[in-house]
Each structure stands twice: as structure tokens, then as C-alpha cells.
Design a protein around this ligand. Sequence first.
Ligand SMILES: [Zn+2]
Length: 412
Amino acid sequence: MRYPGRRGTNLPRMGDYNQLVVLDHIRRARVSVSRVELAAVTGLSGQTISNVVGRLLEQGLVQEGERQITGRGKPRTLLHLRPGAGYALGAHIDPVSVTIVLLDLAGTIVERAVVTTPDGSPAVVAAIADEVARMRALVPGGEVVGLGVAAPGPIDPEAGRVIHPPLMPSWGDVPLRDRLADATGLPTLLDKDVAAAMVAELWQGHHELHTTTLFVYLGFGIGFAFAREGEVLSGSSRNAGEIGHLIVDADGPPCFCGNRGCLGVSVALDRLVAEAVDGGVLPASTPRGTPAELDVAMGRLAAAGEAGDAVAREILDRAARRLARGIVIVSDLIDADGVVVGGANWARLAPYLSAAARTEFAGHATMRELHGVEVGGTALGPWIGAVGAASQVLDAAFTPHASLLVAQPAGA
Ligand SMILES: [Zn+2]
């Protein structure tokens, strides 16, 4: 079912809100929409729609397209978003790489870059600022409305701080949002990587199929995000979904928390690479001290599995089965009808997860008598976190959200 979107209000003082509601519907329509259709979906009067659309045309945010003839009525002029009317930048930081994208108002990637994550947060801020400056120069007279940043959790959204991100030990507690706002001169928004990825999926993925969606982010760690009818449910501190210590196999590997078979450790790169070394899939000399080395080793384990190595396949299949168990538990918890999996490490487990998830859902899901659950991978690939972060900036600027956290750079 497609998310129906927000309703407007015909009270005269709420004009700006209505403008955002109408623009939001035009964005969500993806192709084009008529004034009559806008009136129907927003609940606004024809006159209000005319006034609002007039202002949007004047501001250059939308443009008129072809005329549509329906039945015996007057032909309707279709409205499109003007993609070049606004741009946003998004950056996604993970322990191995920083991805940066420039999105237009329609959500299309105009420019993209990947840089190796430098050591320490000051160097990461500088690297993002360099790419931001380069990409801003590509926008021909168009406005860049802000920079969205997706970072590993946990985060403090009020203060815009990243707090001891795993696998980035030198980071500590970093006021990342304000440092990036100062370094780039752009309003900056910080969110958790998995929440940003969920937003990207809602805007650009196949979210229309689902009323309640579970997003599983497989990066260096694992994170979950939840959405209901197009809105991310992010919790009281925007950190919902940190369920790495959910026990999915009582006989599983030991976790630093003292239990065995926690979800996080079951799919952790260092754990899977250690199993590959113990099982003889990778040589004992395999470098695995840094996130970048672990990433390379994990790629070699996946390649061995693809080439038919039985031990590699068993390691990855076991991880996929434990992951599937976690997905089923959380799906039942929120009564999801769709699961989307993405993140840097997703492609390595994807060949094993589909079958494991089918078996787990058929055997263990409580909701299996009531409805199916569709499990699929994201179509947004490695760009999903950065696209989501930039989409959040467009949301904050052009849609009727009141709650997103945008810091103005000093002196702006
Ligand atoms: Zn644990």
C-alpha cells in the first residue's frame, strides 16, 4: 500500500505548511501530478491548491508539463518538480570509507565520491569539507540547502555528537555536526547510519509495498531501523534498533557482553574472518588488525564461498541463519510486512540469506499464519547511507517535518 501522505489545512494562516504539504506530494508523485489530484490527496480546496501551486511556480520549485485529457472534463496541466531548484549533500562515514553524494531536489545523484576514511575525526571533517567544496562548485547557480551526515551510532542528536563509534577508537565523543557546519559553512544534520539508510529506502526504494518496514543494516556492525507508513520510528534519542546483543543462537560464539550467540558477534567481520582462518579458508598470516584489513579479508572469504569452498560456505551460511533468526524475531516484534537489507557487508551474505530467511519465516515466525513478509535487498547499493543523509536535508527543507535537527553554521 502506498503511503497516503499528509493532509493539508484550509486555514489561511497555515499557507507555508500547505506549501510544504503540496511540494511533498509532488515529490512523492515521482512523475507528475495535476492540481485536481493534489486537491484530492491533500484535502485542500481547489482555490488553495491554485494559490499554493502559483507560489511554487513563482519560486521555480515546480514547473508545468504536458496536458492530460481525462474523460469529458477540462484537460489537466501536469506539474513536475524542477530537479535543479535545490540540491543537498550527504556524507556517510564508516570505519573503512567515507561516501559523499550531491542530490538534486528530485533525489537523483548528480555527483558522488568515495574516500578512504582517514585517521581521526579532524581528518575526516577535512576530507568531507574538501569534497563538499568541490561538489558545491558543480551546482550552476543552484542552491545547496545543507549537508546531511550519517554516522555509526550511538549518536546524541540534540548535541549533534557521535559517541565512541565502534571500530573508530580514536574518535571518543565528537561534536561532529557543529564541526562540519563550521568547516563547510552549510546547515548540517546528523543522524545514525541505519536511520539515514531507512530514509533513503523510503524515498527511493520499493517502500510502497509495505506499511511496516524493517531495515537491516549490515556494515561493520549490525543495526535495525523501523518505519511505519513512510515515517522512520527512531525512538526517544534517535537510537532505536541497537539490538546487537539479541541472542540468536544459545550455542553461538561468545560475545564481549558475557553471553553467547548475540546477533552482533554472529555477523561481525572479525568473528567471520577468525572462523575462516581457523577453518583454513584464509591463511593464518591474513592481516586483520584494522577495519580496512578486515574488509579485504571478508571479501576474500565471500569470494571463496562463491568459488564453491565448502568451509567458506558453511561459515557464511551459519552467519546468515543466525541473522535470519534475528530478523524473524524483530519482524514479529513490530509486525513487519517487509524487510529490506543493505549496508557495505550485505552483498557478502546476500547469497545465503534468502534461503535462510525463507526457512526461518516458515518455521518460526508467529505472523506466518496472518501475512507474508517480503525480504529483499536495497537497490541503492553502497550509496544508501549518503543518499539517505542528503534526503533528510531535502526533507527538512522542503517537507512538512518539524522535528529534524539542523544546526546553522556559526555566523550564518
Ligand atoms: Zn552480546
